[in-house]
Design a protein around this ligand. Structure first.
Ligand code: SF4
Ligand code: SF4
Length: 165
């Protein structure tokens, strides 16, 4: 990604984070923070506002996108979206964590993240529930291509291979 695009993204993020007055309600409301304090939405926003940099530690990948922080922020800052954008920037730079890459590859290959087990199918039949639609990897591939996710995935795979050499 070009420097101009990166600068524009940072400018947009700063604008969205601007109302934050660092009260910390987002962090104290975050269920992930309670078990993994390295995810700290207040500090992620602080890094953008005061240092003018997108955090590079990668802790934002721990965000479960539960939106609790968004709902509780007294200033209406869309923290979950900001964290998502930080992850997007990091993924475009080939810095997505290995487990995320693995999940994306398996989604592309199987058409779903968690295939339906034969036990679940049996229980559904016993309960009289209809069959679930079959996963279609070809449809997922189309989406990956249309959204640019395939390109991002290739960037990350290449970065992983380079790191392991
Ligand atoms: S809750 Fe809102 S205002 Fe408070 S620190 Fe978090 S983003 Fe900033
Ligand atoms: S959206 Fe992410 S950062 Fe916000 S409360 Fe949920 S897990 Fe924490």
């Amino acid at each position: 990604m070009g420097d101009n695009t990166q600068d524009q993204l940072l400018k947009d993020l700063k604008e969205r984070a601007r109302p934050c007055f660092q009260c910390g309600i987002c962090t104290s409301s975050c269920p992930v923070f309670r078990v993994a304090p390295e995810l700290n939405p207040r500090l992620s926003v602080d890094s953008i506002i005061t240092r003018g940099v997108v955090p590079r530690e990668g802790n934002e990948w721990l965000c479960a996108y539960c939106l609790m922080c968004d709902q509780r922020c007294p200033m209406g800052v869309s923290l979950a979206e900001i964290l998502m954008e930080i992850k997007n920037i990091s993924a475009r730079e080939g810095k997505a964590p290995p487990d995320v890459i693995e999940a994306a590859l398996s989604l592309m290959q199987d058409g779903c993240l968690s295939p339906i087990s034969s036990r679940s199918e049996k229980i559904r039949t016993e309960l009289g529930l209809p069959d679930l639609p079959k996963a279609e990897p070809a449809d997922v591939l189309k989406l990956f291509k249309a959204t640019g996710a395939l390109e991002v995935l290739e960037t990350n795979k290449a970065a992983q291979e380079e790191a392991s050499e």
